[in-house]
Design a protein around this ligand. Structure first.
Ligand SMILES: [Zn+2]
Ligand SMILES: [Zn+2]
Length: 790
């Protein structure tokens, strides 16, 4: 299928081959055409706006020195809304100049009012450091911008609190440092005019829910000092940004979404690596499993990594400056290494013009890579999405995206690196062996015709709300007036904290009863964090939250930290410590668990004759029992090794559907095939849920059974993998028929015969992908869709 009209290409000065010609040559390389769709994204002409009348000449001159002659329409609109006191979110594409939208009102206010202050929040320290540089370079009198984070020397902290009027930090520092120390910050908070929340789409799920309450705590402290700051948020393009920003801040927020910056045209191809011939030597036989489990995840398609490496080599050979996005650091290195090898085979020395980028580089190193790529010294770069944030790398000739990055928002962010103004560029999405990727390359309308996902967070999650209220109570006793601020469930959570002895109720409010502060990790989810220590040096490398430690730090696990690979020797759960040593094996590890589930309560349901659709609380008991080692380059399974770890309990939110045995029988599903049918449908449904919500399949768990004791029927459960739920199951319930329709189509349209990783097999199955019945999964979903109201 090819829907694009013939593009008109205006060749720029040093333009490489036109994207259409380049794509024609790339797709003609092998047997069969791997391209399933070509979309032409037209160029856009920029719409400038005059400087707002309120912007002082001094500030205009400072921006002019930086090359900003006039703002774009969206920048001016958002800036004026904020300057006039409205809370605003600007949600536009990569490199659309979102920072001007908040810098303009914030800095104009600092210049007009010599006492006012601004607090800027970024999700990463690197981004805050870049932003500091940008503000400092404007050299405005009396602003004194400064970063305040974990790396700020003690000696400088007091100076910053007293004298800086533009403090750049991150939500963790606000939570652990600034809010608990509000007395020392009272001068700054009392004068706080603006809170800027950059890259706010990264605050999603449980982490986003925590950040939402940290912001409410900030608003509460400001109110105590008499300040009501204006919130300005910047986001990648996202669905319904006003609602997401409202949930995040608890305030009414106006969205500015019309991107008025100029953009070059992009030819966007969807690319599905070919099926391997049945007895191909490129598909090595899978060795017998150590635990005697069924063989699984046999490769039936050429891997996306190999395909991307070949494409990178081909574009570089054509002199096209290309950026390849790969999901893992190791994967990025494999892509770069393979491309280098192929290029050196063709022209010795040409391989030197390809590099891999990993996170953790210093700013200067990143700038050097950017410079080399933009000047053409370097022609190809394979990178993780670490480049998505805070890196000024746009205007490339081609972008290769190895595997769907999880959301349309990220996809557009990555593709947005391609295309200079007035010049055409190429973007290629290379599908991985995964149901979601397969679905997308066969349903271009789900990419090009659909709005980007809404950012999902749930501040009412009791597992987030209660610890955050405890933190708030330490900062100042809670009063009935605070209940509205913290939203639904706040009263119940306070009652529980009183019952647990954490809070005491007095006539003036609820008081924290302990000497020490509660330990609350914004990124953690219950369970004390496990520290990762290098055995030979005793060096602390990092921490992993308790919930993930069984998966990530079991003995034998390969653990990546800042681009360096370690292998875990021992996980001591009693001490909360994992010992590791440096080692870079050429395999990755994948933990597997077994799961049991019981229904606690039903929140909502749809009775659809033989089909029932439910949303409710469940208790999940799981145990990590083994792990697989897989070759990084090919995904080939080396072996499966047993583990001896304790079980864990999770109270969370699930969506589930039931079917009557009779409806299954009349749809032609034999009784013996019911377990395989449900199991296959469950896997694919989990794989497709990220189409509906900003989650990863790793955020979600599932369980299917031919007869569940609580539902007394054949049932498929899909649950949030986070205590209390993160909003994903709720979203799945709300979009059930669209979600399951996409699931059904993904299975039906996969070209394999009996099921493969592109449709019904799961890389994290606790049952070794057995049993699975692909044709019966389609029948199951047809029954559900045939009865469920649309
Ligand atoms: Zn398949
Ligand atoms: Zn499974």
């Amino acid at each position: 299928m090819e829907s694009s009209a013939a593009p008109t290409v205006s060749a720029g000065q040093d333009a490489g081959p036109a994207p259409v010609d380049l794509l024609r040559r790339l797709r003609a390389r092998g047997a069969g055409d791997p391209v399933t769709h070509v979309e032409r994204v037209p160029a856009r002409v920029g719409v400038p706006a005059p400087w707002p009348a309120w912007a002082p000449p001094e500030l205009r001159a400072a921006f002019a020195r930086r090359g900003v002659v006039a703002p774009w329409q969206h920048q001016a609109e958002a800036a004026t809304l904020a300057y006039e006191g409205g809370h605003v979110i600007v949600a536009t594409g990569t490199a659309s100049g979102k920072s001007l939208a908040y810098q303009l009102p914030a800095l104009a206010t600092l210049l007009a009012d010599p006492r006012a202050t601004v607090l800027y929040l970024a999700p990463t320290k690197a981004l805050a450091a870049d932003q500091l540089r940008a503000v400092a370079d404007l050299t405005l009198e009396g602003v004194r911008p400064a970063c305040y984070d974990g790396d700020t020397p003690r000696a400088e902290r007091e100076w910053i609190r007293r004298h800086s009027r533009f403090v750049l930090t991150n939500p963790d520092m606000l939570h652990h440092g600034i809010l608990p120390g509000h007395a020392q910050w009272s001068g700054f908070l009392r004068r706080l005019a603006y809170v800027v929340i950059d890259e706010c789409h990264t605050y999603r799920g449980v982490f986003g829910s925590h950040v939402a309450h940290v912001l409410r705590r900030l608003r509460r402290q400001c109110a105590r000092f008499g300040a009501t700051p204006v919130f300005v948020l910047a986001s990648a393009t996202s669905g319904d940004p006003a609602t997401a920003a409202g949930r995040l801040t608890g305030l009414p927020v106006t969205a500015v979404t019309e991107d008025a910056s100029p953009r070059g045209g992009v030819t966007f191809a969807l690319w599905e690596p070919p099926l391997l011939p049945p007895d191909s030597s490129a598909s090595p036989p899978v060795p017998p499993q150590a635990t005697g489990e069924h063989d699984e995840l046999r490769q039936v398609r050429r891997s996306a990594l190999r395909e991307t490496a070949d494409l990178l080599a081909d574009t570089v050979a054509e002199g096209v400056r290309t950026l390849a996005f790969v999901r893992s650091r190791k994967g990025a290195e494999v892509v770069a290494a393979n491309a280098r090898r192929a290029l050196d085979d063709a022209v010795p020395g040409l391989g030197d013009r390809v590099a891999a980028y990993r996170g953790g580089y210093l700013r200067e190193e990143r700038r050097e890579l950017e410079r080399a790529l933009l000047h053409g010294d370097l022609l190809g770069l394979a990178s993780t999405n670490a480049l998505e944030l805070g890196v000024d790398l746009v205007g490339l000739d081609a972008v290769l995206i190895c595997g769907y990055p999880g959301t349309r928002a990220s996809l557009w962010q990555q593709a947005g690196r391609a295309g200079r103004s007035g010049q055409e560029a190429l973007a290629v999405l290379v599908a991985r062996d995964d149901p979601l990727d397969t679905y997308l390359v066969h349903h271009p309308e789900a990419i090009f015709g659909a709005p980007v996902e809404a950012t999902v967070l749930d501040p009412a999650n009791p597992y987030v709300l209660a610890p955050q209220l405890a933190c708030a109570a330490v900062e100042a006793p809670l009063t009935p007036a605070d209940l509205a601020l913290f939203g639904d469930g706040a009263k119940e959570a306070i009652d529980q904290l009183v019952e647990a002895g954490a809070l005491r109720q007095r006539p003036t409010g609820w008081y924290w009863r302990h000497r020490e502060r509660p330990e609350v990790d914004l990124r953690g989810e219950g369970g004390a964090p496990v520290v990762v220590v290098e055995s030979s040096t005793g060096r602390l490398l990092g921490t992993v939250d308790g919930g993930s430690s069984h998966f990530l730090l079991h003995p034998g696990a390969v653990y990546l930290h800042q681009g360096v690979s370690y292998v875990v020797d021992d996980l001591d759960l009693a001490d909360g410590c994992a010992l590791v040593h440096v080692e870079e094996p050429d395999w990755s590890t994948h933990a597997r668990d077994v799961t049991d589930l019981s229904v606690v309560s039903v929140r909502s349901y749809v009775d659809a004759g033989p089909v029932g659709m439910f949303l409710g609380e469940v208790d999940v008991t799981s145990q990590v029992v083994s792990y697989q080692r897989r070759r990084i380059a090919t995904g080939e399974v080396i072996d499966t090794r047993p583990l001896d770890l304790p079980t864990r309990e999770l109270r969370t939110v699930a969506v589930w559907f039931t079917l009557s045995p009779r409806s299954l029988a009349s749809a032609g599903v034999q009784q013996a095939d019911v377990p395989g049918a449900l199991h296959a449908a469950e896997h694919a449904a989990i794989g497709l849920l990220p189409l509906m919500a900003t989650c990863d399949r790793w955020d979600i768990g599932g369980l299917s059974t031919a007869l569940h004791p609580d539902t007394e029927a054949p049932t498929v459960f899909v649950y949030d993998g986070h205590p209390g739920g993160a909003g994903f199951a709720e979203r799945a319930y709300g979009t059930a028929s669209a979600w399951l329709r996409a699931t059904r189509d993904a299975i039906a349209e996969c070209g394999c015969e009996t099921g493969c990783p592109s449709c019904v097999q799961s890389p994290k199955c606790g049952n070794g992908n057995n049993p699975l019945s692909k044709p019966d999964a389609i029948r199951v979903l047809d029954v559900v869709l045939g009865n469920l109201p649309a």
